[in-house]
Design a protein. Structure first.
Ligand code: HSE
Length: 319
């Protein structure tokens, strides 16, 4: 940790994009940040400014009513408290969370709040943590909500693009090339699923053949990404670890998968632990058709939505 020098006196607003954990083929090991092509922001925002003492927390936004009513129970409050304690600050912060992502959606909602908060706090206090240390904190705090530490949402949310988890001594993840002409259609049906419960559906052990398929698919997908071989990447983008056990717990997913294939989408998978699904194409007209189909057939509750996205290459930023 570096010594904090300048505390910003200005109000800072930070945006952290939605993300797809797993990206189908890389359970807990691959993740990508999303950016709707219509220019709308799909992610939480955190506003921060200096205060005399302690943490003054507020929460606003479309999904704020789904968060704990008591501010101190909110992870953003806890991130701020951690910073004040760690830096031994006698002053405080005003910190506000604009909760734009639905909770339990499979779009990295908790990661978006945690990453926006820790990024904002780090900027506000003059960057006491470097990138790797901050990423470590993001993983730890997000793990408190999702029930286990996995970086496949926080890493792409923070750093942007498609991120492969390394968990190496000095490097948590690395960006891999993506396909610039791919459209990622994502649809959130409006229901909420707990990541912890969706993890409980998975077996604790897998057959040797499944382990080999997983390793082959993921390494071949990464190879194809570096080669920019889109056909090979699509062929390898398969989920043998989670989808077979989670699909039935996501209403309408299996039917949607078949319908999207008939519409000409190249492949479809579960975003994170669901219920959001993603579907890939390199053709904008097909992407728009898929989005319309999903809006009519996959959305089951108010608050559901569908977007045609590209990958967000910027990650978390001041806006
Ligand atoms: N890799 C995690 C899981 C992501 O699938 O359980 C959760 O968003």
């Amino acid at each position: 940790m570096n010594q904090a020098v300048n505390v910003s006196q200005e109000m800072l607003t930070v945006y952290a994009p939605a993300s797809m954990g797993n990206v189908g083929v890389g359970f807990d090991l691959l993740g990508a940040a999303l950016s709707p092509i219509d220019g709308s922001l799909l992610g939480d925002r955190v506003m921060i400014s200096a205060a005399d003492f302690g943490v003054n927390f507020s929460q606003v936004g479309e999904w704020a009513h789904k968060l704990p009513a008591e501010g101190k129970d909110n992870i953003v409050y806890q991130c701020a408290e951690f910073f004040l304690y760690k830096l031994d600050r006698k002053d405080g912060v005003n910190i506000s969370l604009e909760k734009n992502l639905p909770v339990g959606s499979g779009l990295g909602s908790s990661a978006s709040s945690v990453v926006a908060a820790l990024y904002a706090l780090n900027e506000h206090f003059g960057k006491p943590f470097d990138e790797q240390a901050l990423l470590g904190l993001m993983g730890e705090f997000e793990g408190k909500i999702s029930g286990s530490v996995h970086y496949d949402n926080v890493a792409p949310c923070y750093l942007g693009g498609m991120q492969l988890m390394l968990n190496a001594q000095d490097k948590a993840c690395a960006a891999i090339p993506s396909f610039d002409n791919w459209y990622w259609v994502v649809a959130y049906p409006g229901i909420s699923l707990s990541t912890a419960k969706m993890r409980e559906l998975l077996p604790s052990q897998y057959d040797k053949a499944v382990a080999i398929d997983f390793g082959r698919n993921l390494s071949a997908f990464v190879h194809a990404s570096y080669q920019q071989d889109a056909a090979l990447a699509i062929e390898m983008l398969k989920d043998v670890l989670a989808e077979p056990y989670r699909a039935a717990a996501i209403p309408g997913y299996t039917d949607a998968r078949s319908a999207l294939a008939e519409l000409g989408m190249l492949t479809t998978g579960i975003s994170g632990s669901g219920p959001t699904l993603f579907s890939v194409t390199d053709d904008l007209a097909t992407a728009e058709k898929a989005k319309d189909w999903l809006l009519k057939n996959y959305i089951s509750q108010s608050g559901g939505f569908a977007h045609v996205c590209k990958l967000d290459q910027l990650g978390t930023r001041c806006v």
